[in-house]
Design a protein. Structure first.
Length: 153
């Protein structure tokens, strides 16, 4: 957890605006890791790729959950009030704007773009992780960058 925790945390935070939801996804990811006895990891890179894939899948599943869609408005307002506005835990307005634009991206370009920009993976490495063609990954990254540029300009 100390080795791969920061990477998994950044992935979870890229999906959710709420720190509480990101914490739930983070915990679910490492619970799945702890229970994954049948998985034989070749090396540390394979372990990290597995955790990245699982964390993004956990986040997607949480976003699709029906309980998130059927939340009454007064509960949503209460949850918004619980969000910390402390400058030490929350980014400033420009960083918030970038994060919001990044979270607004659709899922196919979001994760490959995150892996390329924040984790430093190359397109062939991302393609192997996501089991997608390399040229498709290049397209996702390009589309994600142009969408972000458009949203932030």
């Amino acid at each position: 957890m100390s080795t791969y925790g920061p990477t998994v945390w950044r992935i979870c935070m890229s999906f959710f605006a709420s720190e509480h939801d990101a914490q739930d996804a983070f915990q679910d990811t490492f619970l799945k890791y702890a229970l994954a006895d049948a998985v034989d990891f070749n090396d540390d890179g394979h372990r990290k790729a597995w955790l990245i894939t699982v964390s993004s899948n956990v986040c997607r599943d949480m976003l699709r959950a029906s309980c998130r869609r059927n939340q009454p408005l007064d509960e949503a307002a209460a949850a918004e009030q619980l969000t910390s506005h402390d400058s030490l835990t929350q980014p400033d307005s420009r960083h918030r704007e970038v994060l919001d634009a990044f979270r607004a991206l659709e899922d196919p370009p979001r994760l490959p773009l995150f892996l390329a920009l924040y984790e430093g993976y190359t397109a062939p490495e991302i393609a192997k992780m996501l089991d997608a063609p390399v040229n498709t990954v290049y397209s996702w990254i390009s589309r994600g960058k142009s969408t972000l540029k458009e949203a932030l300009s």
